[in-house]
Design a binder for this molecule. Structure first.
Ligand code: AMP
Ligand code: GLY
Length: 420
């Protein structure tokens, strides 16, 4: 099987790594990729935001399957452009990708499907801000209802800061969503979907804030781990029954079946799992740990989903734990410092994101999230040791990473509210 992966992050590097392990995958291509992906796949330049450029590339590469990593091409209709040319693709149509592209659309789908989620009030002008904050209460959750790469959300007890964020988003011409705050640990659950069947992968936990102890602003994700030793019994079955199956049924009913990766961002509240967001693609950095633990051949799985034939596929998992730590450039999540030489970035378990190779063979930083190191072990404590040993072996001037990824879980300090 020849597979073309679209994207350039550590998520795509992890996808390539997992696809390489599949004996049926003989030929891998990546567009545009990064300095780390070239050893696994042949690289092609492409503007990922342009569906017709992706389709033209596919006509040249002639893959058996295209796997689309990021949300932007999906929301722009890359999967539609490929399907229109008869190319098999793992990724939803633009109409189905709205589940990520518009939070208001996602809320509408959840309301129709009876999916538990936070109460939300849409705000379209400044005059509506105060009433929405009053209705939802403190801590205030104020969201930019446009693609914001995980950085458009402010959660704060500071009323003035909440109102200021709402005004700033409106000034950018985006609608605002104010939400009820959900208390409890967060879970990212991915499901491989073929339009009818949703097949959940292992639940993982992401760390969105830039600093240790969940301090500082939100980022695209600073680390992740799986499995979740603290997860309530039957969590995945509950989410399948209350979230995944109803959403797939509702999307089909609307004539826009969801085929691709459905990412449910959940809070495990005292009243059970509730959805805070959906994404229409693999999460970054959770993919780095989830795929590290997957034993089932990935190419065959994604091809089956793309062909609408998941049926009753059963997945197998390594009985191990995985931790990933994101190494970010100086000043991230603000505008990152780029162009610095990275050393120690070769080796198993070091996945690249914002990296490029210069003409003289040096690897230099080219983005906010630069690398994602992945460690595994028989438990989370050992997986942490291995991930942090890798992180310490990388040198990039001014870079930073969190030191507490998976620490609370490894020490048994993550609790679902209302449980002992
Ligand atoms: P989102 O972009 O919607 O995933 O939000 C980013 C982050 O903000 C989430 O991962 C949560 O940490 C936090 N967040 C979003 N919505 C809520 C909510 N309703 N209650 C509590 N935290 C939230
Ligand atoms: N890790 C969060 C995301 O992929 O959106």
């Amino acid at each position: 099987m020849r597979i073309l992966v679209i994207g350039s992050g550590a998520r795509e590097h992890a996808l390539l790594r997992a696809l390489r392990r599949d004996p049926d995958v003989t030929d891998l291509h990546i567009a545009p990729g990064n300095a780390g992906t070239t050893v696994l796949a042949q690289a092609h330049p492409v503007d990922v935001a342009d569906p017709s450029a992706i389709a033209a590339l596919a006509e040249q590469v002639r893959p058996d399957l295209v796997v689309i990593g990021p949300e932007v091409p999906l929301v722009n209709g890359a999967a539609d452009a490929l399907r229109a040319r008869g190319v098999a693709v793992f990724g939803p149509s633009a109409a189905a990708a709205r589940i990520e592209g518009s939070k208001a659309f996602a809320k509408d789908v959840m309301a129709a499907a009876g999916v538990p989620t936070a109460r939300a009030v849409a705000v379209t002008d400044e005059a509506g801000i105060d009433a929405a904050l009053d209705a939802c209460g403190s801590p205030y959750v104020v969201k930019d209802d446009g693609l914001a790469a995980g950085k458009g959300v402010v959660v704060t007890e500071d009323r003035a800061a909440a109102a200021a964020h709402a005004r700033a988003v409106l000034e950018h011409g985006h609608p605002v969503l104010v939400e009820e705050y959900l208390a409890g640990p967060e879970v990212s659950l991915f499901a491989v979907c073929d339009g009818r069947v949703a097949l959940p992968l292992l639940p993982a936990q992401d760390f969105k804030r830039v600093g240790d102890g969940d301090s500082g602003p939100n980022t695209g994700g600073m680390g992740a781990y799986a499995p979740l030793p603290w997860a309530p019994a039957g969590l995945v079955d509950t989410v399948q029954r209350t979230v995944l199956d109803p959403v797939l049924a509702e999307m089909s009913l609307r004539g826009t079946p969801f085929a691709g990766l459905l990412y449910a961002g959940l809070v495990i509240t005292a009243a059970g799992p509730k959805v805070i967001e959906f994404n229409c693609r693999f999460g970054d950095p959770e993919t780095q740990v989830v795929l590290e633990l997957l034993d089932t051949p990935l190419g065959k799985l994604l091809a089956a989903a793309a062909a609408g034939g998941l049926g009753d596929t059963l997945l197998s998992w390594r009985g191990a734990a995985a931790v990933t730590v994101v190494i970010a450039a100086e000043n991230y999540p603000g505008p990152p410092v780029t162009g610095d030489v990275i050393s120690g970035a070769e080796g198993d378990g070091i996945l690249h994101a914002g990296t490029v190779r210069t003409d003289d063979g040096l690897v230099v930083s080219a983005g906010g999230r630069v690398l994602s190191v992945v460690g595994t072990g028989s438990d989370l404590a050992k997986a942490r040791e291995s991930a942090y040993a890798l992180a310490a072996s990388v040198h990039l001037r001014g870079s930073h990473y969190r030191t507490d990824i998976a620490l609370a879980a490894a020490e048994g300090r993550v609790h679902v509210p209302g449980t002992a």
